[in-house]
Design a protein around this ligand. Structure first.
Ligand SMILES: [Zn+2]
Length: 124
């Protein structure tokens, strides 16, 4: 498995191990990653109604697309963008590990943090 390029890098979070930083609303139960900065987007509860949690970096591929033209040099094209519905509820978009096994909608994927980057690959 390679650490570059590829992986989901959620905005504003510092993933640790196989977990992502998140929040859970004590009012409605909504789980979010990256953490909600102001309050719950679902029910409008204020920030003090949210608890910090760890969200497992495992889930199911919901959609995917191969990008052939991109405005930045990194990641190098072509690369695959996948949307993953995490087991804990939230959905994230990110990159599939460049040298990993191809995935299809419905496949399970797992993430690990390598060199500060969350790298997703097909679950084994
Ligand atoms: Zn809520």
């Amino acid at each position: 498995m390679s650490a570059t390029p590829g992986g989901i890098i959620p905005n504003g979070t510092r993933p640790v191990g196989t977990k992502l930083n998140g929040t859970r609303c004590r009012t409605c139960g909504r789980v979010a990653t990256p953490p909600e900065p102001y309050g719950c987007e679902q029910c409008g509860a204020l920030i003090d109604s949210l608890e910090a949690i760890e969200v497992a970096a495992t889930g199911v591929v919901h959609s995917s697309a191969v990008v052939h033209r991109h405005h930045r040099p990194d990641p190098v094209t072509p690369f695959t963008v996948i949307e993953v519905v995490l087991d804990d509820g939230p959905a994230l978009k990110g990159l599939l590990v460049a040298d990993g096994e191809a995935v299809a909608i419905g496949d399970r994927v797992q993430g690990t943090v390598q060199d500060g980057r969350l790298v997703l690959e097909k679950e084994r």
